[in-house]
Design a protein around this ligand. Sequence first.
Ligand code: HEM
Length: 519
Amino acid sequence: MDLISACERVMPQVGLDTTVADLVPMSHNASAVGAPGISVVTRTLILLICLLLVAWNSREKKSVPGPSFCLGLGPLLSYLRFSWTGIGTASNYYNKKYGDIVRVWIDGEETLILSRASAVHHVLKNAQYTSRFGSRQGLSCIGMNERGIIFNNNVNLWKKIRTYYTKALTGPSLQQTVEVCVSSTQAHLDNLDGLDQVDVLSLLRCTVVDISNRLFLGTPVNEKELLLKIQKYFDTWQTVLIKPDIYFKFGWIHQRHKAAAQELQDAIESLVEQKRRDMEQADKLDNINFTAELIFAQNHGELSAENVRQCVLEMVIAAPDTLSISLFFMLLLLKQHPDVELQLLQEIDTVIGERQLQNGDPQKLHVLESFINECLRFHPVVDFTMRRALSDDIIDGYRVSKGTNIILNTGHMHRTEFFNKPDEFRLENFEKNAPRRYFQPFGSGPRACVGKHIAMVMMKSILVTLLSQYSVCPHEGLTLDCLPQTNNLSQQPVEHQQEAESHLSMRFLPRQRGSWQTL
Ligand code: HEM
């Protein structure tokens, strides 16, 4: 990493400007081209230099800031940085170094990193950016190429599939969410072995997987086993997403990733089969959920079996990969801001009192809403989104060619525009409703997070159920700043190191409801 940054720092000095200056004496010789005595090697060299200058000039016309091309070293180094530090970390690095519109290269492809609100807004709302970029081979390896929704780049198929998600995640389908979230959170809290060393991330993940299963699938699952497979799948997804084609030429690498992803695909396939059998045996189908709708679509020849499996898989992984980690960050931030915790508890007391949360309650919890928004702004799990230009365009005065990769670095945008105290965690940042242009934790427009409404209801329901009964205490001195984290496909705590395990466990102190003192 140091090597990369050292090279990139040096690059502007050895960039083509300097290289061209060095070449000036040589170009005087150009008049002598063809003159007797000039060697073939010199002529070829001059021709090559001319070609490079033409290439350089055509790039310069766009003049998007970013590392210089520098004989191909720029693309190589920026790709190395993305591969080495992760997509999120590299995007933040480039936006900090070159500004809010930057041009880099990923696997040789021109990639724009946007964190300027006007540019981000333009991309989000335009249908010509409804595709994403990523290695085709990598996506095939994990079953996402032209299947499912999240990285499905077959726009017609994606549109069709998205309607099934929209139906399951909005409107009347939201009705049962509060009840399912409250009862699942309560059941998981009641099942805790002890309150001294609670593995909070695992508790949140199990709860969220159970909620997703109850809402969208409805078949008994072994949560812990499924979660292990989800984590393996996610790791593989991160590993293969921007790998070059040559990487997949090595059969053993390809097979290893395929096998890691296959475990979850097989598990989901048997759950879908179970669901199919349950549907066939039922006298009456009164709860037609997401998976049931997909099975009907398959029966009518509208979706393939592989697509049904991938859609269910993506619905099952969507919440544990995003929501559980967001909630974990929220619990840490809450302990760092006891005044905010008190405000939250007072609101819960006033609006809910001693009863359980019910439908209609979440929208009355305004402090909680500001708290969740501020957490998603200040320390998001999803820092950026990946898109691809489907046609030529102009973004904020810069020409963008069809096929350009786009990274919308919303995490960086949330810390540089609009908010009064962008670098501080403050509920006042949400005193007034933030205009959509400046606050996009779920994206917006045709390819926005289709789960954004349900996600808010789920987060509120889980937090209220947990916080009204327990004060959650991380290890002394543990703050978000010192928590080891990675930021590749998303921002996550490091979980596989030995010391990480102790970091991630927290003490639960029972609360006395009403007075908000701990017992
Ligand atoms: C804190 C929770 C969550 C956050 C921060 C989040 C954020 C995001 C973001 C930023 C995107 C990309 C949007 C874009 O490209 O503009 C996305 C896509 C998506 N999210 Fe979420 N999400 C969350 C929870 C959920 C949940 C609970 C579900 C479903 C149960 C879900 C399902 C999806 C799906 C299916 C997509 C892909 C949409 C498409 O490509 O058409 N998300 N999410």
